[in-house]
Design a protein around this ligand. Structure first.
Ligand code: FNR
Length: 182
């Protein structure tokens, strides 16, 4: 069976390390997995007044997530939490009440930072948010990546220092996905 994974990157930056991380993970995935990049940069700021008449960008986000069987969040840490743009997207998908697109979709969580914390604090916050949205989020293994020379190779894959580790992470994620998607 083939699965589509909704890929949500928490950075809008052109040269985003986290987008590069997502790209390297995609290269490790087998051909029965496809990825749908979820656009979050053009979403309006969430306003509950608009629930009855959501913007086109919001409808697109909802449709793209609904068409996916699993979720992959790859996010930077901003001030010890997740970026506002990511929280905004999650809030949009969670409403109107009772019509959340996130519920029950198995999810994985990754992040990379130039700092030694490696997005651990942001990931912990995101776990809190996704838990309240009934998202079965893979508890372990966790991956807190520090952006060091050699993290990625010249082709956009993982460098030798992390490749085995990330291959194991992907294998765990795929097992988690299969267990919870059906
Ligand atoms: C950061 N950065 C950062 N890094 C970190 O490890 N912990 C943190 O709390 C923060 N806080 C923070 C706040 C704001 C507003 C910015 C812009 C940046 C640094 C951050 O990890 C770095 O800019 C990454 O490169 C951002 O991820 P992308 O855009 O490369 O994916």
């Amino acid at each position: 069976q083939n699965y589509q994974v909704a890929l949500i990157v928490g950075s809008l930056r052109r040269e985003s390390l986290n987008r590069q991380l997502a790209g390297a993970v995609m290269r490790l995935a087998p051909d029965w997995i496809s990825f749908k990049a979820i656009e979050i940069g053009d979403l309006p700021l969430y306003n509950q007044d608009d629930d009855a008449k959501p913007a086109a960008a919001v409808q697109r986000l909802r449709a793209d997530v609904q068409a996916s069987q699993a979720l992959l969040f790859v996010t930077p840490e901003y001030n010890r939490s997740i970026p506002g743009v990511l929280k905004n997207a999650i809030d949009h998908g969670s409403r109107p009440s009772g019509q959340s697109v996130w519920a029950s979709k198995p999810a994985g969580l990754l992040g990379v930072s130039p700092g030694a914390v490696g997005t651990a604090a942001a990931q912990q916050h995101l776990r809190n948010v996704l838990s309240c949205l009934d998202v079965p989020l893979m508890p372990a293994p966790e991956a807190f990546l520090q952006a060091q020379p050699g993290l990625f190779d010249a082709d956009g894959g993982f460098g030798a220092s992390v490749k085995d580790l990330m291959q194991r992470w992907v294998e765990h994620y795929l097992a988690w996905l299969k267990r919870h998607a059906d």
